[in-house]
Design a protein around this ligand. Structure first.
Ligand SMILES: Cc1cc2nc3c(=O)[nH]c(=O)nc-3n(C[C@H](O)[C@H](O)[C@H](O)COP(=O)(O)O)c2cc1C
Length: 451
């Protein structure tokens, strides 16, 4: 059975020595971020802060490194991609929770709504304020009603107001634009503290026609249990820790930002829509969840990498079946730098694969194709292929005016350009043999055999 909720996963982490309590008083402003940055630097455990100065404990770094992500997926490096692809290909619809859902054990409406009572950290010194960074947004296409879930940041602006940022190519942003066009009010909810597979499913790249609860169910191998929100008709995960229901006000925009983002740079403040909170519901003894984003590698990158790689691999393999693997490097924010392993079937196929990757929702700046003998997760091997299997004039090309990654700090007004590198050996042409010492793995070298 999958982890039913965040608490079940935290229990598993604690039992594995992967969750550590910080029981002394901690400042929400910067100190949570300092603790997370330090834990991340040593690939450390998740952290539970019990003294936050509020009524709620705060857990953070739950998926702070690849080891914790693999525990969440109940997978190993060997099984992870197959497991994710199996989940995406075998989707399972949600079911309605019967009775009062845990996420509504406490219901706050009207004057009782006050988001500033939650332990929301301020992460970086130049951030515009405190940010909810580990929330998942539930919204619906205002025309078709198809639900979307995705991770989106929220800046606390006041007890009943939050700043909203969604890139225009993400579905929450599209739903806001669509509702505005139709003259409709968009209802949404930001959900904090869900089970691990629902969290990771937010980063699976699927078409706008996809009901994301089916993807979450597929990854879980069991349906997500949903409950109707208290102030609108949306359905939210019944076992969530905290749900903040709101409507998006696009008429009175307020400054949102800056925030130290996944590119490693601050995004500038600008006027953005406001989330007007209509209700806050939570479990008894609710646990708030925090997450550090910033210069790679942070939890933001860990959350994206596994689902992004599986989804883009799935898309590209449909057209190029000889693609055997794909890596979206953390150093490029899990966005700008893609390495593909493939055995081209005809001259120019590697170039076609590069163009297809450039056209994916990632908007990468760099796409490198190598042959399957190269370990694409070992940058030294990729550089070796680029050094000795590339004639730059023939194998490197630039595509102008490609759409940039939304928060790229260095663009020409939303456009950039993308570099393709075909580092496969020339098709159908004799190429020198790779010189390798055969049988070296089996050589008995007394001192280092233990490693
Ligand atoms: C921790 C985290 C925070 C994110 N915050 C935002 C955000 O504030 N705005 C945004 O447009 N995308 C954000 N993203 C990226 C989207 O969640 C991501 O691209 C997702 O696939 C969008 O899915 P959707 O288009 O189905 O909603 C964030 C990703 C992560 C992992």
């Amino acid at each position: 059975m999958p982890y039913q909720d965040l608490r079940a996963f935290l229990t598993a982490l604690r039992n594995a020595g992967e969750l550590v309590d910080i029981a002394r008083p901690i400042a929400l402003k910067y100190d949570i971020a300092k603790a997370l940055a330090k834990a991340s630097s040593v690939q450390g455990p998740a952290l539970m802060f019990t003294e936050t100065g509020t009524d709620f404990p705060l857990v953070a770094g739950v998926y702070g490194n690849r080891r914790l992500a693999l525990l969440a997926f109940e997978a190993t490096e060997q099984t992870i991609h197959d497991k994710v692809l199996k989940g995406i290909n075998n989707q399972i619809g949600p079911v309605d929770f019967k009775g009062t859902p845990p996420c509504q054990e406490v219901v706050l409406t009207g004057d009782a709504v006050d988001v500033t009572k939650l332990p929301v950290p301020t992460y970086s010194p130049k951030d515009g304020g405190a940010y909810i960074t580990a929330g998942i947004v539930v919204s619906e296409n205002p025309e078709t009603g198809i639900p979307d879930i995705g991770n989106y940041r929220f800046q606390i602006l006041g007890p009943k107001e939050m700043g909203v940022f969604s890139a225009s190519n993400h579905r929450f942003g599209k739903n806001i634009a669509h509702a505005t066009e139709m003259g409709k009010e968009l209802h949404a909810a930001v959900v904090i503290g869900v089970d691990p597979m629902t969290m990771f499913s937010c980063q699976v790249q699927s078409s706008d026609a996809t009901n994301d609860w089916f993807v979450a169910g597929g990854l879980r191998g069991a349906p997500v249990e949903l409950a109707k929100a208290v102030s609108n008709d949306l359905k939210v995960p019944a076992h969530a820790e905290i749900v903040i229901e709101f409507t998006v006000d696009t008429k009175t925009q307020k400054m949102e930002g800056p925030l130290g983002e996944y590119t490693g740079y601050y995004t500038a403040a600008s006027p953005k829509p406001v989330a007007r909170i209509t209700a806050i519901t939570h479990r008894k003894g609710a646990i708030f969840q925090g997450l550090l984003t910033g210069k790679p590698i942070t939890e933001n990158h860990v959350l994206k990498q596994i689902p992004f790689e599986a989804s883009v691999l799935r898309q590209l393999q449909a057209q190029f079946p000889t693609i055997s693997d794909l890596s979206i490097n953390s150093s490029g924010g899990v966005q700008t730098y893609v390495v593909i392993a493939m055995k081209p079937r005809y001259e120019g196929e590697a170039r076609h694969a590069i163009l297809a990757a450039m056209a994916s929702n990632l908007h990468p700046k760099w796409v490198v194709v190598v042959e399957p003998d190269i370990d694409i997760r070992n940058s030294a091997e990729v550089e070796w292929a680029q050094s000795f299997r590339v004639k730059p004039r023939e194998d490197v090309f630039v595509v102008d005016r490609t759409a940039t990654a939304p928060l790229d700090p260095y663009t020409d007004g939303g456009y950039s350009s993308s570099v393709g590198v075909d580092a496969t050996r020339p098709f159908g042409v004799e190429f020198p043999e790779v010189s390798e010492v055969p049988g070296w793995r089996d050589f008995d070298l007394p001192e280092i055999n233990k490693g």
